[in-house]
Design a protein around this ligand. Sequence first.
Ligand code: ZN
Length: 93
Amino acid sequence: MNLFKPENEFKVGWCPICNQGWQVIIMDADTGKLFVQCEECLSVWDNPRDLKMPQKALSNGIDLIEDVPPYEKIAKEGWEQYLITEVQENSSM
Ligand SMILES: [Zn+2]
């Protein structure tokens, strides 16, 4: 079982638009709705299903108040399956 470190960001993918930043799950502090946002170019997706599709990104003019969502909320949305867990380097069996 992998314990998720809360200080980690909720990475879900590598941005297909700028190819320079991670896509992370953020929460709009105003509405509590979850989004996926690129750390670099700030492109936003409203569903992690569409992560790899640049054409599905919302216009980056949308007005979000970024916040870090609680893990429980991500789990409740069913988005935890998209999270990237970084365990490869630690497995020295
Ligand atoms: Zn990007």
